[in-house]
Design a binder for this molecule. Structure first.
Ligand code: TA6
Length: 314
């Protein structure tokens, strides 16, 4: 039965259950039947469904990781680094930590709460983080709006320690019908670092990005709206971002997929990562400073041309 938004109790629309691995998971629902699921393991969004119950994020069926290692799919949080080597795991520790529910977050702007079902999560330094000895607080709000849009807001603060720098990405696994039927609009003419060529810098020549082989790139100083058009499903994902200058694009294609223990050989066809990120220029925070990175993902019918997307709204 549908609920009118006027009587929808957004607080009640947030339910805490257990994940398959016994870790708390928060379920967000909206009046029209859309939902999102967030695990305290990594603060990872593991599911985002539209009002028809269709899953909009890709999650591998080949679960080989044990918590707190990130499940392949959903939206893992890459912090404090992206793709670097060194003492930390490749995409940093945040996605492999157990987060807590933040009962008393500093306020956000009213439109980040009104008419939304949301949860606030918190990650603080723990004893085992000697490899990254910084005084940080990481607050993450995940919200589901009445129109089904999914928003993630990260606020990272240097509490009172020495300055620190970090890179960041929302590693967003979009579910697509067939990677060969997908194109990205909004990244044309940009420079990108190609992770398949030792991060060498190139300039995108195409008038849209399509996929015929493995792609692993970081597009630099990208517009705050990028569209991912799934021709077969007549569906377009609109990725809006703020505070995230770059967009990392990844599809492992066939050969790399076969080498991955947590991805079935042909699952690369059903996924595409389009990650709002801050990679080229790491963020540096002095004591007391805070950084905010926002990501909103929505789905519209692909019959709309990309000009339709409001490039300014964010
Ligand atoms: O998205 C870019 C990337 O760095 C790829 O090179 C690939 O490693 C992917 O992230 C997944 O990383 P993960 O550590 O989750 O296997």
């Amino acid at each position: 039965m549908g609920h009118s938004a006027a009587v929808w109790d957004y607080r009640a629309a947030t339910e805490i259950t257990k994940d398959w691995n016994g870790i708390d998971k928060i379920v967000l629902r909206n009046p029209r039947g859309a939902s999102a699921r967030v695990s305290l393991s990594g603060g990872q969004v593991t599911s985002w469904r539209n009002e028809q119950g269709e899953e909009l994020l890709f999650t591998s069926n080949k679960v080989s990781s044990k918590p707190p290692k990130a499940v392949r799919g959903g939206i893992p949080i890459c912090f404090p680094q992206f793709r670097n080597c060194g003492s930390l795991e490749q995409h940093g520790f945040a996605r492999n930590k157990i987060w807590t529910i933040d009962g008393n977050p500093p306020p956000l702007s009213p439109n980040d709460s009104q008419g939304k079902s949301f949860v606030d999560l918190l990650l603080k330094p723990s004893e085992d983080l000697k490899c990254w000895p910084h005084s940080f607080e990481f607050r993450l709000r995940v919200s589901l709006a009445a129109d089904g849009n999914l928003t993630l807001i990260s606020r990272i603060r240097n509490v009172n320690g020495k300055p620190f720098s970090f890179s960041f990405a929302y590693h967003t696994y979009l579910s697509v019908s067939d990677i060969s039927e997908v194109r990205i609009e909004g990244l044309e003419t940009l420079d990108y670092l190609d992770n398949l060529c030792q991060k060498e810098r190139f300039t995108e020549q195409g008038d849209a990005i399509t996929f015929e082989s493995e792609v692993d790139r970081v597009y630099l100083s990208a517009p705050n709206v990028v569209a991912v058009l799934d021709h077969e499903r007549k569906r377009t994902y609109v990725v809006r971002k703020e505070g995230l200058p770059d967009v990392a694009v990844w599809n492992p294609w066939e050969k790399k997929s076969k080498s991955m223990v947590d991805l079935r050989d042909s699952e690369y066809k059903q996924m595409l990562c389009v990650n709002g990120a801050a990679i080229e220029k790491p963020v540096t925070l002095k004591p007391g400073e805070e950084w905010t990175g926002r990501l909103e993902v929505s789905v519209v019918a692909s019959t709309l041309s990309s000009e339709h997307f409001d490039l300014q709204r964010m």
